[in-house]
Design a protein around this ligand. Structure first.
Ligand SMILES: CCCCCCCCC/C=C/C(=O)SCCNC(=O)CCNC(=O)[C@H](O)C(C)(C)COP(=O)(O)OP(=O)(O)OC[C@H]1O[C@@H](n2cnc3c(N)ncnc32)[C@H](O)[C@@H]1OP(=O)(O)O
Ligand SMILES: NC(=O)C1=CN([C@@H]2O[C@H](COP(=O)(O)OP(=O)(O)OC[C@H]3O[C@@H](n4cnc5c(N)ncnc54)[C@H](OP(=O)(O)O)[C@@H]3O)[C@@H](O)[C@H]2O)C=CC1
Length: 282
């Protein structure tokens, strides 16, 4: 488990709010669920495996907030419906949804078959849609709320991840469409796109984190931590973000500043010499 960040927001920021975090048992979802509880929210922690979500709910209860862990696969509508009924019973309302659950595998597109593509679309796009529609139908179309999707930095594609690039691009378009259609119901929707964040989820990838740092284009020189992402999610979910909807927020340590990175290499090449630019020497 990654260490939790220090408390960053006012302890009453989310008082009287009920939040649901998918994938809340690990990584960024866990950090967000716990940080929301520290801000006064009651929290529903959702994921497939019982143990991590129960652990997270236990921590939240120790903080003095109400928490319920519900084992649910976001791809399965029947399980989602049961989860909604349980939330209605336990809390009676739901104000915040964080669509964080997701995952994929690295593969060159030429080696990806249709089943693999569909698997990742179902997990990341259809799962997020199903959760969003259920939460709107059961709660938010009646009393409003805030929905944040955790996506990925796919503005220029994501080599090795064509399936997830397609899914996350779909989530972005879905979010913007719903932000327009559901504004009249008091529902705000936004995306947070993490760069490379140190979580247990990264263990699924066959690459050493240090090697990854050399390969990526993060200008900070280190990976982000779970608190970098939970802070953005809480800002957007809470009254701090009350005038923000339909937005996508890249929290990536400058990983997508490709032009700035290229310019830095050029500056290194000329060694700050105006009279004798290295590029002209030979
Ligand atoms: C380097 C850069 C690092 C660094 C990367 C940094 C940038 C990336 C941004 C994102 C970072 C993160 O998300 S961080 C981590 C988040 N967590 C994860 O990614 C979790 C890891 N992934 C998974 O759990 C799974 O792969 C998941 C996608 C959910 C699918 O699980 P399921 O159990 O539903 O599916 P399975 O039954 O396993 O597989 C269904 C089919 O999918 C295909 N399939 C599944 N796994 C496959 C695999 N490894 N390789 C090929 N194909 C596969 C096959 O066609 C399978 O069918 P058959 O052939 O018939 O079996
Ligand atoms: N770490 C990074 O650098 C980046 C991560 N992301 C995305 O951010 C999100 C969080 O990732 P991170 O914290 O790193 O990784 P984790 O693997 O720790 O988190 C993913 C969580 O989602 C849950 N989950 C996955 N599939 C389902 C499903 N079908 N139904 C319910 N729950 C599910 C998992 O729990 P369980 O298996 O028990 O269901 C797990 O708790 C993911 O969507 C990820 O793809 C995006 C860009 C970069």
């Amino acid at each position: 488990m990654q260490p939790l960040p220090n408390m960053r927001f006012a302890p009453d920021l989310l008082t009287s709010q009920v939040a649901l975090v998918t994938g809340g048992g690990t990584g960024m979802g866990r950090a967000t669920a716990i940080e929301m509880a520290r801000c006064g929210a009651d929290v529903v922690v959702l994921g497939r495996r019982a143990e991590p979500i129960e652990d997270c709910a236990k921590i939240i209860r120790e903080l003095g907030r109400k928490a319920v862990a519900i084992s649910t696969d976001i791809r399965l509508p029947d399980q989602i419906d049961s989860a909604m009924l349980r939330i209605k019973d336990e809390f009676g309302r739901l104000d915040i949804l964080v669509n964080n659950a997701g995952g994929q595998f690295v593969t060159p597109a030429r080696e990806l078959n249709n089943k693999g593509f569909e698997t990742v679309i179902r997990n990341n796009l259809i799962g997020s849609w199903q959760m969003t529609k259920a939460v709107a139908d059961h709660f938010m179309l009646e009393h409003g709320g805030s929905i944040v999707f955790v996506t990925a930095c796919v503005r220029s594609g994501l080599s090795g991840f064509v399936h997830t690039a397609a899914a996350r691009g779909g989530v972005l378009a879905m979010m913007k469409t719903l932000a327009f259609e559901w504004a009249e119901f008091g529902i705000r929707l936004n995306c947070v796109a993490p760069g490379t964040i140190k979580t247990e989820g990264m263990d699924h990838y066959p690459i050493d984190p240090e090697q990854w740092l050399k390969l990526n284009r993060n200008v900070m020189g280190h990976m982000g931590d779970v608190g970098d992402i939970s802070a953005a999610i809480i800002f957007l979910s809470s009254s701090l973000g009350k005038f923000v909807t339909g937005e996508e927020w890249y929290i990536d340590g400058g990983e997508t500043l490709h032009l700035a990175h290229d310019a830095r290499q050029m500056i290194d090449a000329v060694k700050f010499s105006r009279r004798e630019p290295a590029v002209l020497k030979k």
